[in-house]
Design a protein around this ligand. Structure first.
Ligand code: NAD
Ligand code: DAU
Length: 332
């Protein structure tokens, strides 16, 4: 099978390529990646994948690559909420126009397509809300990032219904694991601690995210690609709800630092309070279950990865912190 993975030099996409190499060694993988600040060529070392540098919104390169594929898995995106609050345009261009461009190509060439999306399209929940997100939850995105992801999901649904495109969609919760950019919460705190600094917690630190190991996400994606109902959406989650303060305290403990050795900083504008996924459909209809049940052990392994791979993250660390400072992040 010839698989085109967009955004395969990023966090989840590169882990998808590694997982594919381990579990489906006969697959021929081509990665299409614009190699933005979030793309790392080293993340593909040892996978045997062919890397094509190009933009998912470039119709010529997309058409050529899609014509040679049996399956497209679309990870490429501008992915960071804080960046979308500073400069929304690249999110509209890549997440909306890029998805449109791919959809037109898979339509022309009748190629199977899987769309990677996020639970953030559903907005947020109150901390005490007994409900979780399901496939039936109404879209209610909060940020420029999540609204462009929601827009891209709606394009996919329309291309399925109007043009018969053979597509499935998945909306996943917060991923953690190796090769995640240092701008994101967990790698930011781990690398700050490795540098002897203090973790930085937005607002009161009570915001809840529903953590899943990146390999569980990608295993679910393969499950949906191979067994999912055409046109269907599946929510991917591993029952991993934790508030940010608890995550920071766990990291401090694992790294031998006192539990109060962190700073509260300026909150994110429009900061979603809580995400929580009900993945019953994926589990009951397709028989998927997550394998990484122990979040603390997963965090310990992630710390080890950043400790052992400083050459991977070091070049981005200072510029990322400078970006946060320039955006006005201050201790409160
Ligand atoms: P990432 O920022 O680490 O990687 C994105 C990759 O896409 C990078 O390699 C980047 O160079 C590439 N890219 C960006 N713009 C491009 C363009 N115009 N053309 C081609 N390539 C381009 O992101 P990630 O965290 O790995 O997220 C991957 C996907 O998963 C995204 O669609 C995101 O919305 C979704 N998602 C992420 C999470 C999470 O917790 N990180 C959870 C659910 C869904
Ligand atoms: O839910 C899925 C989404 O998860 C994905 O769609 C996004 O691509 C991904 O970036 C992630 O979005 P979040 O905004 O939840 O992730 P982030 O890592 O930016 O922040 C996680 C939580 O930690 C959030 O409540 C904000 C908070 N935070 C973040 C940073 C960077 C802090 O408290 N301090 C920080 O320094």
């Amino acid at each position: 099978m010839r698989v085109l993975v967009t955004g395969g030099a990023g966090f989840i996409g590169s882990n998808f390529v590694h997982l594919t190499r381990r579990t489906r060694p006969d697959a021929q993988v081509t990665v299409l990646d614009a190699m933005t600040y979030a793309g790392h060529e080293q993340s593909l070392t040892g996978t045997g994948a062919t890397l094509v540098r190009g933009d998912v919104a470039d119709a010529d390169v997309v058409d050529r690559l899609v014509a040679d594929a049996d399956l497209v898995v679309h990870f490429a995106a501008e992915s960071h909420n804080d960046n979308s609050l500073r400069e929304p345009w690249p999110f509209v261009q890549t997440n909306v126009i890029g998805t449109y461009t791919l959809l037109e190509a898979v339509r022309r060439h009748d190629v199977r397509y899987h769309h990677i999306s996020t639970d953030e399209v559903y907005g947020d929940l109150a901390l005490d809300d007994p409900h979780r997100f399901t496939e039936a939850t109404a879209y209610n995105p909060s940020s420029p990032y999540s609204s462009t992801k929601g827009a891209s999901d709606l394009l996919v649904r329309a291309w399925v219904r109007s043009f018969g495109v053979r597509a499935t969609l998945s909306n996943c919760s917060n991923n953690y694991g190796p090769r995640q950019h240092v701008e994101k919460f967990i790698p930011r705190q781990i690398t700050t601690l490795l540098d002897g600094g203090r973790p930085r917690l937005y607002g009161d630190g009570m915001n809840v995210r529903d953590w899943i190991h990146v390999d569980d996400h990608n295993d679910a994606v393969w499950t949906i690609v191979e067994r999912g109902e055409m046109g269907a959406t599946y929510l991917i989650g591993a029952d991993g709800e934790a508030d940010n303060l608890t995550v920071v305290r766990t990291l401090l403990d694992l790294m031998g630092r006192p539990g109060d050795d962190f700073e509260h900083v300026t909150d994110r504008p429009g900061h979603d309070r809580r995400y929580a996924i009900d993945s019953t459909r994926l589990r009951t209809e397709l028989g998927w279950t997550p394998r990484y049940g122990d979040f603390r052990a997963g965090l310990a392994a992630t710390i080890d990865w950043y400790r052992d791979n400083e050459d991977w993250w070091r070049p981005a660390k200072a510029a990322t912190e400078a970006g946060y400072a320039a955006a006005g992040e201050t201790a409160v």
